[in-house]
Design a protein around this ligand. Structure first.
Ligand SMILES: NC(=O)c1ccc[n+]([C@@H]2O[C@H](COP(=O)([O-])OP(=O)(O)OC[C@H]3O[C@@H](n4cnc5c(N)ncnc54)[C@H](O)[C@@H]3O)[C@@H](O)[C@H]2O)c1
Length: 324
């Protein structure tokens, strides 16, 4: 039974709320007038990400691991908890799968009990190393089940299955977003992801590490655009479940990205080439036709503008860490 409070503000639970994307989601929801409960075990998240929100009386923080049940009252759940970069999700792969699978079961159970609507932060990794480009939601993917990335890819695939089974079996109101590469302020400085790594290396004038020849392509979505897409999906009516791709279809090669970051930071860094890691996809680009038609959404931020804001964030981070 969902015991509504007298308060008319929507109560929204954000798991992984102290992480990169989660902290932006919390900030956006507070701005929209919600009461936000941020739940995080701080595996990759940080208090710094949410420190600007801590003084807000409508913001609450709970240190909790979602692989354990949680009993709170809530109207909506954004389920974002899960390490997202290969370095982090491969650190403890069993815990990664548990977070996706047992975490999903716990959050779906909570949604069932409270009759809350729940959104899953799924990923383009469910497409694995795709054979078709760009990837529409109907593409079932090509994932290596036993490889080192499987803890993340298969964990997220199983979580999607659970979402749809809770929907069919228990009529839980679900939304599944398949998020593609996202970047912006608040990214973990040592997550090994391409945008954060290149910017950190460029700002320190260190060699920029490129795997393979750098011809593999990626598309990068600025975090504000992504958050807009997620909230629009949450706001759709009950019949809209997804999955919906949310990402930026503008593609560029890893080498082009490195060169752009060197230019924008005015760095003296040189490119340094290394062997490709296992299961690294050649190309990754979302087909966002569904998001355009269903949510009237498409990314607005130009790569250069987004990169400049992200560079400013990392400059500040470096200044603070060297000043300590
Ligand atoms: N950033 C991207 O490009 C991207 C792309 C696709 C999907 N996603 C998904 O979006 C979500 C957020 O990603 P992010 O980039 O902000 O990553 P992140 O690592 O910055 O955030 C994840 C947060 O979840 C927390 N967490 C991890 N395990 C937990 C657990 N068991 N219980 C409670 N909290 C836990 C971490 O401490 C962290 O704060 C993830 O689910 C990720 O899979 C992100």
């Amino acid at each position: 039974m969902n015991s509504r409070s007298y308060n008319t503000r929507k109560r929204i639970l954000v798991t992984g709320g102290a992480g990169f994307i989660g902290s932006h989601v919390c900030a956006r929801l507070l701005k929209r007038g919600a009461d936000v409960l941020c739940v995080d075990n701080f595996f990759t998240g940080s208090r710094d990400n949410i420190s600007p929100l801590l003084g807000d009386p409508h913001f609450e923080l709970l240190r909790h691991d979602i692989t354990f049940p949680l009993y709170v009252e809530t109207d909506e759940i954004y389920n974002l908890a899960c390490p997202a970069s290969p370095i982090h999700y491969q650190f403890d792969p069993v815990q990664t799968t548990k977070t996706s699978v047992i975490g999903a079961i716990n959050m779906l159970g909570l949604a069932k009990r409270t009759r809350a609507q729940i959104l899953q932060a799924s990923t383009s990794e469910v497409y694995g190393d795709p054979e078709i480009h760009p990837q529409p939601e109907t593409y079932c993917g090509k994932v290596n089940v036993t490889g080192p990335r499987a803890c993340y890819d298969e964990g997220k695939r199983c979580a999607e299955t659970l979402f749809f089974d809770y929907h069919r079996q228990h009529r839980v109101r679900i939304k599944v977003a398949r998020i593609f590469n996202t970047y912006g302020p608040g990214m973990h400085p040592r997550d090994g992801r391409v945008v954060s790594s290149f910017i950190m290396q460029a700002l320190r004038n260190e060699a920029i590490t490129i795997y393979g020849e750098g011809h593999q392509s990626r598309s990068f979505c600025y975090v504000d655009d992504l958050v807009e897409g997620l909230t629009r999906l949450m706001d759709t009516d009950e019949s809209t479940t997804g999955p919906v791709n949310i990402g930026n279809p503008a593609e560029l090669t890893i080498r082009q990205l490195a060169e752009k970051i060197i230019e924008l930071t005015g760095s003296r860094s040189k490119l340094s080439f290394h062997p490709l890691p296992q299961d690294d996809p050649e190309q990754r680009q979302p087909d966002i036709s569904l998001a355009r038609s269903l949510l009237d959404w498409s990314p607005r931020t130009e790569l250069e503008d987004g990169l400049l804001k992200t560079i400013a964030y990392f400059e500040d981070f470096l200044r603070q860490s060297t000043g300590r």
